[in-house]
Write a protein that binds this ligand. Sequence first.
Ligand code: HEM
Ligand code: HEM
Length: 140
Amino acid sequence: MLWFHPVLQALTTLLALYVAFTGLNRFLTQHLQISRPFQWRIHVQLGKLAILLWFAGFVGGLMVARMTWSVNFITGRHYQTALIMLPLLIFGYLSGIIMDAHKKPRGLLSLLHAANNITLLGLALYQFWTGWAVLREYLL
Ligand code: HEM
Ligand code: HEM
């Protein structure tokens, strides 16, 4: 049970890396006039999946910690980073839904979506580091 959360979150972060790669093509076309094909439906579907799984992993991590140690928020930088990710998960998802529902040339919102979700990805990669510390301290 203790391994479920780290494995799920690590796989989800790899999925998000792929989503970011497809988003990069859109960024190049929209802002730098370097024309690249953008797999709109794939980006939206896998993007939704990645954000929902990160969120499920967030809740799952809390639950497993509670079941195992009977307390939460004992993992220092790991839970602190997770709390920072929470509003970004919501904004990343909602901004994507809005741009998908109303397709039109975008400036600010697509840039905010990109900056928000690249930050999320950076934080999730950082969680490998902080999560590894939790694994070493409590599980290994
Ligand atoms: C890990 C999650 C995600 C990452 C890293 C990501 C990244 C990006 C990036 C870099 C762009 C290009 C923005 C620009 O041109 O300035 C983009 C565009 C877009 N994203 Fe995402 N995204 C993610 C999740 C989502 C989700 C969940 C949705 C929908 C629910 C979504 C829908 C869109 C749409 C529709 C565009 C095109 C916007 C437009 O050009 O009008 N994305 N994304
Ligand atoms: C990617 C590598 C990650 C690793 C190796 C990792 C590892 C761990 C471990 C070992 C635990 C202890 C409970 C358990 O084993 O289930 C934990 C708890 C937790 N993790 Fe992660 N995690 C990762 C990513 C994430 C991400 C991306 C988030 C946020 C979206 C997150 C949020 C949490 C939360 C909220 C807890 C409960 C902490 C507490 O109550 O103190 N983790 N993680």
